[in-house]
Design a protein around this ligand. Structure first.
Ligand code: UD1
Ligand code: MG
Length: 453
């Protein structure tokens, strides 16, 4: 059997009514990327086979997003949302290998693991005509229940169609189903919409398959690997499961979290070994943290590289395009954006460094601001290696501070400063001896006269 023999169908045409959203359900993010991105990462081009995404009319945003991750994905349009079985029907023209396997998976079940799907496909080839993915739900409300007889799977009954007795079953259908391709058209032909929702249910494949003498079995996975998202509450629950998974993976990889439950990761956050992360830290997408770095409490990072042994925070905001060098330090209430902070540089307190380079070993004093924006354009600030920028300086970009230069505190720097020079750009201090005493004496006299004492 060639690897082409697998066709994966991802269902994403549903209206997602229960989300109460203008955004298609499968584009709602989990751990910083749309649900569909997670599903494509797990199910896309499995075994190098064909991937077909089923969308509704006008859902170009969904197909366009899928193509950014998997340009080869085929798109099938389901004209009317008549149910999951009908959605599979609209993709069936893409199933061209009768001797292969068709794997159906749902765009709203973002936690599914690639290895689970691979296991289903293998079992479908080797043992069963139909393999479904099941899980024991803590609260099965809303899910299709799997009716079994010993280890035989008899049918799946949807919540709305289920009897009281069936509703007591906690073994639920998670969405993924593998079917031998040769049976697909006969199973589709048997579907009817004679049920509580008036829909063509994919889940009826099981009962029809059994009636035709096919072997149906269930693979069981933990709930946290398959829970579905139909509502905002489900979305929050799936996010929590994904966060637990990402944290566990990071710890396995050698990261210390001082309080794991308060750290939020993105799908692509990457850590070297011996990174320490304090409490209440957020890693938005696009962060790479190298070995031995420390991210202290209450910091927020996005689109940033942090070098080996660097120290960030507490309370630092590292925005996209920031790269923080080895052993560099970015301290409390410092914001960086599109900034290259080179090795060993220090920005310890209360600064904004945007569209800038801070050379190796430079020291940026408290309250330093790069004035990078004139309301229309952004300009670059270049601070040389070993430069010392005095506290409360404003660097009006474009401007260049040479290597090893010193800036006097409180300077507003509008012109380039040469290497190793001292620049001071602030009002000169004047002193009038006795002025304050005379001022007080005069005013106290006036006050006494007017109060009549
Ligand atoms: C479905 C299953 C249920 C299972 C649950 C797991 C059916 C009939 N029910 O219920 O047994 O426990 O998922 O999460 O299959 N879709 C289409 N076209 C349609 C309808 C749906 O593409 O006409 C897509 C949706 O975009 C979604 C997926 O199919 O990605 C599932 O549809 P949804 O309406 O969420 O089904 P559930 O009620 O969750
Ligand atoms: Mg669903």
């Amino acid at each position: 059997m060639t690897s082409k023999a697998l066709t994966t169908i991802i269902l994403a045409a549903g209206k997602g009514t229960r989300m109460k959203s203008r955004l298609p359900k499968v584009l709602h993010p989990i751990a910083g990327r749309p649900m569909l991105g997670h599903v494509l990462a797990a199910a896309g081009a499995l075994e190098g086979g064909e991937t077909v995404l089923v969308v509704g009319p006008g859902m170009e945003a969904v197909s366009d997003y899928a193509h950014t991750l998997l340009p080869a994905a085929k798109i099938a349009i389901q004209e009317q949302q008549l149910g999951t079985g009908d959605a599979v029907r609209s993709a069936s023209a893409h199933v061209i290998h009768d001797d292969g396997v068709v794997l159906v998976t749902f765009g709203d079940a973002p936690l599914v693991r690639r290895e689970t799907l691979v296991g289903m496909v293998e079992r479908c080839r080797d043992e069963s005509d139909i393999v479904i993915l099941g899980f024991e739900a803590a609260d099965p409300t809303g899910y299709g229940r799997i009716v079994t007889d010993g280890d035989k799977v008899l049918r799946i009954v949807e919540h709305k169609d289920a009897s009281e007795q069936e509703r007591a079953i906690r073994l639920c259908f998670g969405g993924p189903m593998a079917v031998r391709a040769g049976h697909l058209s006969s199973l589709l032909a048997k579907l009817t919409s004679n049920n509580a929702q008036g829909e063509f249910y994919l889940t009826d494949f099981v009962a029809h398959g059994r009636a035709a003498g096919l072997d149906c079995s269930a693979l069981i996975c933990p709930e946290s690997d398959i829970q579905g998202v139909n509502s905002r509450a489900d979305l929050a629950a799936a996010e929590a499961s994904m966060q637990s998974r990402l944290r566990a993976d990071a710890m396995t990889g050698g990261v210390t979290f001082l309080d794991p439950d308060t750290v939020y990761l993105s799908f692509d956050t990457s850590f070297g070994e011996d990174v320490t992360v304090g409490q209440n830290v957020v890693f938005a997408p696009g962060c790479r943290i190298a070995s031995g770095a420390t991210i202290k409490a209450f910091s927020h990072l996005e689109g940033a590289e942090v070098g080996e042994g660097a120290e960030i925070g507490p309370f630092a905001r590292i925005r996209p395009g920031s790269s923080i060098g080895r052993k560099a330090k970015v301290g409390n209430f410092v914001e960086t954006k599109k900034a290259k902070i080179e090795d060993g540089a220090k920005i310890s307190h209360l600064s904004y460094i945007g569209d800038a380079r801070v050379g190796a070993g430079a020291n940026i004093g408290a309250g330093t601001i790069t004035c990078n924006y004139d309301g229309y354009n952004k300009f670059f600030t270049d601070i040389g290696a070993g430069a010392f920028v005095g506290s409360n300086s404003s660097l009006v970009a474009p401007v260049k501070i040479g290597d090893g230069a010193y800036l006097g505190s409180g300077s507003v720097v509008t012109k380039d400063v040469g290497a190793d020079a001292l620049a001071v750009a602030r009002g000169k201090q004047i002193e009038k001896p006795g002025w304050a005493a005379a001022f007080r004496a005069k005013n106290e006299g006036i006050k006494k006269a007017s109060s009549g004492d």
